[in-house]
Design a protein. Structure first.
Length: 371
C-alpha cells in the first residue's frame, strides 16, 4: 500500500487545497491516525483515491494502481453511494444518515450536491457543529464565496462546547451513538480550531499575493535548530504535545494538500525522525512527479540528503541478534540437516530403482528356464 503513494500522488496531490473538518458517521474508521509514518501513509493514500476519477489518470502505472484501488471495499462503497444518492432525501432519514451522505459527496467532489443536503440541516439545527463544519468544507472546495467557509467553521466552533460535560443531553447521546467519547470530542475540536486558523492564514496570504515560501505557521515555531539553521532531527522551539496528531488529522480531511504534507515532514524532523522527513520531501519535490518545490523545501531536502544514513537491515524480532555462524561451522545445523534429508531421499530412490532392476533380471531368468 505504501508504494502506491509515490505513483498515486502524481495526479491527485495538489498545492494549498485545505478544507475544514469532515465528519462521516457511517465511516468511523476511515482516517485513523498513527505516529508511525508507514501506517499513517497507508491511511492517507487510501483517502487520496476517494476523489480520483479515471480521466485524471495519464500514466499506465497509475492506471493499474487506480484500477486495483477500485476493487477496495471503501473505494467501491464511496462511489456506489455517491452515484446512487437520492435527488430528494427521504423524509425518514435521520441526522446521521444525512450528515454521512454529505461527507460521501464531498469526498467524491460533489460539493454543490453536498451543500444542498447540508443547508436545510443548518437552518434546522443552527448550533450543530458537525453540520456547520461539513458545510464549511463544501463551500471551501466548491470555490464559491470563500468567506462562507471561514464563517461556517467559525460558527461551528462557537457552537462547540469546550468540555464534553457542557453538551446538552440530546447532543451527547447523538455523539455517543456515532462512536464519539470525551477524547474524540476534545481532539476533533482542537483539530478544527487549527483548521480555522489555517483557512484564515491562507486567505490572508492570498490577499497579499504571497507565495508558499514556508510551511503553514500553525504552531508559531521556526523549524531551525539551536544554531539558528535548519538541522536534521532538531528543533530549537517547542511544538504542542499533539502537533503531529493535529497535522495528521488535517491531512485526513485534506489528503491532497501538498503544503500540509510539507508541514508533516517538518514535524517528523523536529521529533528526530529526519529519515521520514526526507521521504516526504523527496516525494513532494519530484521523486513521484509531484514537483512541489518551494525554495525552503528544496533547501531542507538538500540538508537532509547530506546526512549519512546506515543501510536498513530487517531483523525478525524472535531471532537472536548474534551474527550467524559460518556455513562450515559444526553449529550450522540448517545446512547439515538439509543435506542429510536430501541424501536419505536419494538413497531411497536408488534403492527402489535397484530393487526393480533385480526383480526384472530374476523374471527374465525364470522365463528362460521355462523355455
Amino acid at each position: 500500500m505504501l508504494k502506491w503513494a509515490f505513483a498515486l500522488t502524481t495526479f491527485v496531490l495538489g498545492s494549498g487545497v485545505s478544507r475544514a473538518g469532515l465528519y462521516n458517521p457511517a465511516e468511523p474508521g476511515e482516517g485513523e491516525l498513527n505516529p508511525n509514518f508507514k501506517d499513517f501513509q497507508n491511511t492517507r493514500v487510501s483517502l487520496l483515491f476517494l476523489g480520483a476519477n479515471k480521466d485524471e489518470v495519464k500514466d499506465p502505472l497509475q492506471m493499474r494502481l487506480f484500477e486495483k484501488a477500485m476493487h477496495e471495499p471503501m473505494q467501491m462503497r464511496y462511489r456506489m453511494i455517491q452515484e446512487t444518492a437520492p435527488r430528494v432525501i427521504p423524509a425518514d432519514w435521520n441526522l446521521a444518515q444525512r450528515l454521512s451522505l454529505s461527507a460521501y459527496l464531498i469526498r467524491r467532489k460533489k460539493y454543490l450536491e453536498a451543500i444542498e443536503v447540508l443547508k436545510p440541516l443548518s437552518r434546522k439545527e443552527h448550533d450543530n457543529f458537525l453540520i456547520l463544519s461539513n458545510l464549511s468544507t463544501a463551500y471551501h472546495l466548491a470555490g464559491q464565496e470563500p468567506a462562507l467557509a471561514i464563517d461556517y467553521l467559525d460558527q461551528a466552533l462557537k457552537a462547540w462546547p469546550e468540555k464534553w460535560s457542557d453538551l446538552d443531553e440530546n447532543r451527547r447521546k447523538f455523539l455517543e451513538q456515532i462512536g464519539w467519547d470525551q477524547t474524540k470530542f476534545r481532539n476533533y475540536r482542537e483539530a478544527d480550531t487549527y483548521q480555522l486558523k489555517l483557512l484564515k492564514l491562507r486567505r490572508l496570504e492570498k490577499a497579499r499575493a504571497g507565495k508558499e515560501e514556508h510551511p503553514d505557521d500553525l504552531f508559531g515555531v521556526t523549524f531551525v535548530g539551536e544554531t539558528g539553521k535548519y538541522e536534521a532531527g532538531k528543533l530549537a522551539g517547542k511544538l504542542p504535545p499533539r502537533a503531529l496528531a493535529i497535522v495528521q488529522q488535517l491531512l485526513v480531511w485534506s489528503p491532497t494538500d501538498s503544503r500540509l504534507y510539507w508541514l508533516l515532514g517538518e514535524i517528523y524532523n523536529a521529533l528526530g525522525e529526519d529519515a521520514v522527513a526526507l521521504q516526504i520531501f523527496e516525494e513532494l519535490a519530484g521523486f513521484s512527479g509531484i514537483n512541489y518545490r518551494p525554495q525552503m523545501l528544496s533547501e531542507h531536502l538538500n540538508i537532509l540528503r547530506a546526512v549519512p544514513r546506515r543501510p536498513t537491515v530487517t531483523v525478525s524480532p524472535d531471532i537472536d541478534s548474534k551474527p550467524p555462524p559460518p556455513t562450515d561451522s559444526p553449529s550450522s545445523g540448517s545446512f547439515d540437516v538439509r543435506s542429510l534429508l536430501i541424501g536419505i531421499l536419494v538413497g531411497i530412490i536408488i534403492s527402489i530403482f535397484a530393487y526393480w532392476q533385480i526383480r526384472e533380471i530374476m523374471r527374465r531368468r525364470q522365463g528362460r528356464t521355462k523355455v
